[in-house]
Design a protein around this ligand. Structure first.
Ligand SMILES: Cc1ncc(C[n+]2csc(CCOP(=O)(O)OP(=O)(O)O)c2C)c(N)n1
Length: 615
């Protein structure tokens, strides 16, 4: 199982009854796996805050409950967390948060262990799938034993790496039932102030537990006592692989920190090195406790601490020769180099939009719209910032396109008075956090045109359902939100709301040109589905007639990965200037006949493949 599957199975086997999440790499599959267990309620929530709130409600109803999110999701959910910690739990409450160490698919890199300290709750850190399975079960017990939400910090490597694991069956945990208890469950100032001492007392008790009984904090003895390592999560595996003879203090419960136990361990080695991904949290706490440790002065503050990082750093510390990395005999790739970053020997696979993606026509159109500042957002459409469209000017976090657009409008310099402000946002992102921003735009009379890209899927994370798709996580039919009505309800003048087919680029272009000139908020909703949804219908593929292709490159501006350059040529014009030509071919096997590229082809060199059939 992958770590994500193991977590889902562990939650199920622990008797969890309610699980909620909003997708986000690397955590997405956790909920996808939980949804296969029929006797557990599972939902895609509209954002992480709501998912945590659902889990909180279920816990207060007496059921074991679980929610999962990526690291930035916990920023969104943090408002609920910071007060929930005062309330505590009824049924066990476990929050799995996945840190994208190395930024394989995120807008930033964050260390979620901070949230454990901030919210005064325990943090568990599994190193692999077996531990993910075991620890999620253990986390439910801890949660109920200490009356606390528990944070399970995982990283991309735990989430996605597969290994064989041993499971046990599900233990049924009936719901305890809701008990009215206002002084604890209604967090007014008068009630909350009495819960703060409880929270601090709970943390102190857990610190003792971490130092004494907790079976997750263990010493792995070693013969080479020149350096002892303090580590947690997958960094433990990197340390074990790099220094098999070294003694290691492995933390499964990394907060509250087992400082006393580590102090005892320190006395058994010459030097203590803390190996932690990402921030020096443990290091700072140990130093504050007067324990002599080395950490981030020799190790990076970013990315995974794989053997190719660890071994040279430690060799230097010990004054030993820096190890040479032997390439793997079969692949020719240095395994150690391959761990934290893409190896040189691998073919680069930069992210691209899919063949025939409806966003292609939108960004082709946007790349032709002049005098506009484009406030972007997070989703597949963020790729519009790149080649060949170059049609996005800002991107911060989910939903930010709305507020940022309003700020760009209100804060503009006189010299920018002639510029239009456009915001681009996907359907899921709009419902996650964008709606409030649009309300702010209408309320504060912003001069912003919004392109709402309704592709009826959370495309970026694999096409999950959302309230715009009309289906829930199990594929069952449910109500489907009407974006036009929603925008109207948020204050947009109904005459300024348009629905456009993004494959009809001239219509889209005209709608944008018209709306940006009108000085009130407007919304253009594009209405064609993501190509990855089940019901997407392919049409016959296109091909290029070689003799007719003039090498003008217009079709390449669409950015469709089915179009390939076969030959480049530089021609000199009569006035002496040069022009780069690129002759193309279409990979018919992947072309879905969306009809975007023929619309850009002056010489009509792109035509449907005659007699084309699909298997
Ligand atoms: C707070 C937060 N949660 C989750 C994510 C992961 N994520 C990135 S974009 C996205 C949604 C994209 O869906 P949509 O807006 O519909 O655009 P599409 O990808 O379909 O074009 C998600 C879930 C994130 N980056 N930040």
């Amino acid at each position: 199982m992958s770590g994500n599957e193991a977590l889902a199975r562990g939650a199920y086997d622990a008797g969890c009854r309610v699980a909620a999440a909003y997708p986000g790499t690397p955590s997405t599959e956790i909920l996808e796996y939980t949804s296969q267990y029929k006797d557990m309620y599972t939902e895609w929530s509209v954002n992480e805050k709501v998912s945590l709130e659902v889990a909180i409600g279920a816990s207060l109803a007496g059921s074991r409950s679980f929610c999962a999110m990526k690291h930035v999701g916990l920023n969104v959910a943090s408002d609920a967390l910071m007060t929930q910690t005062l309330i505590g739990v009824k049924g066990g409450l476990v929050i799995a948060v996945a840190d994208d160490v190395g930024l394989s698919s995120s807008q930033n890199e964050q260390d979620s262990r901070y949230w454990g300290r901030f919210a005064h709750i325990p943090v568990l850190e599994p190193a692999d799938s077996q531990e993910a399975y075991d620890m999620v079960k253990y986390a439910f017990d801890l949660s109920e034993q200490f009356d606390t939400p528990v944070l399970l910090r995982i990283t991309t490597r735990v989430c996605h790496v597969k290994s064989i694991i041993t499971t046990s069956g599900r233990v049924e945990k009936d719901s305890l039932g809701f008990v009215k208890e206002q002084t604890r469950l209604v967090m007014t100032p008068a009630n909350a102030k009495h819960r703060i001492p409880f929270m601090h007392q709970r943390e102190a008790t857990m610190r003792d537990f971490s130092n004494t009984e907790c079976p997750l904090n263990t010493i792995i003895p070693g013969t080479d006592t020149r350096i002892g390592y303090v580590t947690s999560g997958p960094a433990f595996l990197h340390v074990s692989e790099s220094f098999p003879d070294a003694p290691v203090f492995k933390m499964g419960l990394s907060y509250p920190l087992p400082t006393d136990k580590i102090r005892e361990f320190a006395a058994t080695v010459d030097q203590l090195v803390v190996v932690e991904e990402i921030e020096p949290l443990v290091e700072i706490e140990l130093k504050a406790a007067g324990i002599n440790v080395i950490g981030k002065d020799i190790l990076p503050l970013q990315g995974e601490l794989a053997p190719n990082i660890l071994r040279p750093a430690i060799a230097e510390l010990l004054g030993e020769p820096i190890p040479q990395i032997e390439p793997d005999k079969r692949s020719g790739i240095s395994v150690e180099v391959a761990l934290p970053s893409l190896a040189d020997g691998l073919f680069p696979r930069p992210p691209t939009m899919c063949v025939a993606c409806p966003h292609l026509g939108i960004y082709y159109t946007l790349s032709k719209v002049k005098n506009t500042i484009i406030s972007g957002d997070i989703g597949c459409y963020t790729l519009g910032a790149g080649h060949p469209w170059n049609a996005m000017d800002t991107c911060v976090c989910m939903g930010a396109s709305m507020g940022v657009a309003l700020g760009l409008d209100k804060g503009r310099a006189e010299s920018d008075d002639n510029k239009s402000i456009l915001a681009v946002i996907g359907d899921s992102t709009f419902m996650h956090m964008g709606m409030q921003g649009l309300l702010d735009i209408t309320y504060n009379k912003g001069n912003v045109t919004i392109l709402l890209l309704d592709n009826r899927a959370v495309g970026m994370t694999g096409g999950q359902e959302n309230p715009g798709t009309g289906h829930n996580i199990h594929g069952e039919e449910t109500q489907r939100i009407d974006f036009r009505k929603l925008c109207e309800a948020l204050g947009v003048n109904p005459e300024r709301i348009h629905e456009v087919n993004p494959y009809e680029m001239p219509t889209l272009f005209k709608a944008i040109r018209k709306e940006v000139k009108i000085k009130e908020p407007s919304v253009i909703i594009t209405n064609q589905p993501c190509v990855l949804v089940d019901y997407y219908k392919n049409k016959p593929s296109f091909e290029v007639i070689d003799d007719k292709c003039t090498g003008c490159t217009n079709c390449l501006d669409i950015g469709c990965p089915a179009i390939m350059v076969t030959r480049r040529e530089t021609v000199t014009k009569p006035n002496g200037s040069t022009k780069e030509l690129a002759f193309v071919r279409i990979e018919s096997a992947v072309c879905t006949g969306c009809d975007l590229c023929p619309k850009t082809c002056g010489p009509d060199a792109i035509i449907p493949v005659e007699g084309f059939t699909r298997d």
